[in-house]
Design a protein around this ligand. Structure first.
Ligand code: NAP
Length: 301
């Protein structure tokens, strides 16, 4: 498939990696951003002028960074976290519905936050979702915004990727952990027994490309590596890759204090999530286990 891929929020961590990969495959790329620029269109332009010509696929990666330690977890910030995901996802779906020539596919990001942390439960894409807190409500609304009758109105495939924590250099969790771990000050959060659904950035980018290029892929895909991993196992693997110890556990209350308890739950608790449908569609992971993922990230950093 050639043509233009329109990427909402394509200026961020995942976007940078995705756009390189799309260009390598000879796609033209346009980004929807709050900042105007030569390659970017604004959200206002998208709403008024619609999709760029020859858009064959749309991807949404926009969203206010939840783990911005400088921002307090206030009602206003939570509203921003919510609307930056739900409204952008809706805007792109509406633009697809209005387009005279439809793209083949809309790939929307989502998260694993709608799976309730429970060490006895294993979740796949078909597990029922519950609205039990801020993040689960966000995921439900975010995913609803992506569908917006697209398949019936626009004959456009919708793929929703429920991503775990994305591990890669220059962004996300690794960017925040690199220095303390490099200094030998890293360690698990709390007792480290909570699960950490994760995916290597290269696998996530490949999964987005796979979703764009395979006409059979549709619906929800868990964007998580197949190997289940606890927070402690991740800490050990990352410290070992850096040839450092991971001896110093960070008590959960410190995250509760810095981030607020509701937001800190993203780190202090976790879910066992498996990529059942993702693998059933034939996708294979280059980094199925956390040890090889961390080694690769440290080698490239
Ligand atoms: N990284 C992870 O571990 C992870 C895990 C699960 C899900 N996700 C989801 O995947 C998406 C991309 O993640 P990422 O790590 O690439 O995020 P990122 O680096 O923070 O980039 C997200 C992009 O969203 C746009 N954005 C930020 N605040 C916004 C706002 N208030 N309104 C509209 N747009 C806004 C920004 O683009 P402009 O400044 O150009 O507008 C930014 O470049 C996010 O929705 C995130 O929730 C990420």
């Amino acid at each position: 498939m050639s043509g233009t891929v329109l990427v909402g929020g394509g200026t961020g961590f995942i976007g940078n990696h995705l756009i390189k990969a799309l260009k390598n495959k000879n796609y033209a790329v346009k980004i929807v951003s709050r900042m105007p620029g030569p390659v970017n269109i604004s959200w206002q332009e998208l709403n008024s002028r619609g999709l760029p010509q020859n858009t064959v696929a749309v991807v949404n990666l926009a969203g206010q960074n939840v783990m911005d330690f400088k921002r307090r977890w206030t009602t206003g910030f939570k509203q921003n976290v919510f609307s930056s995901r739900v409204n952008t996802t809706t805007s792109l779906a509406e633009a697809i519905n209005k387009a005279s020539t439809k793209p083949k596919v809309y790939v929307a990001m989502s998260g694993v936050g709608a799976y309730k942390p429970d060490s006895n439960k294993e979740y796949d894409e078909c597990s029922p979702l519950e609205n039990f807190d801020f993040f689960s409500k966000l995921v439900l609304e975010w995913e609803k915004a992506a569908t917006l009758d697209l398949e019936s109105k626009s004959n456009c495939r919708v793929v929703t990727i429920r991503s775990g924590v994305v591990l890669g250099k220059n962004g996300g969790m690794i960017k925040q952990l690199y220095l303390p771990f490099y200094l030998g000050l890293g360690g698990p959060v709390g007792n480290g027994s909570q699960y950490l659904p994760w995916i290597h950035i290269k696998d996530l980018v490949e999964l987005i490309l796979y979703s764009i290029e395979n006409d059979k892929v549709e619906g929800v895909l868990n964007g998580v590596a197949p190997q289940l991993c606890t927070n402690k196992e991740f800490s050990n693997a990352f410290a070992k890759a850096l040839k450092r110890p991971a001896l110093i556990p960070i008590p959960s209350f410190i995250f509760n204090l810095i981030l607020g308890t509701e937001r800190a739950k993203m780190i202090t608790t976790g879910q066992k999530v498996i990529p059942q449908r993702t693998q059933e569609f034939g996708f294979t992971f280059s980094f199925p286990d956390v040890v090889s993922a961390c080694r690769n990230i440290v080698k490239e950093a």
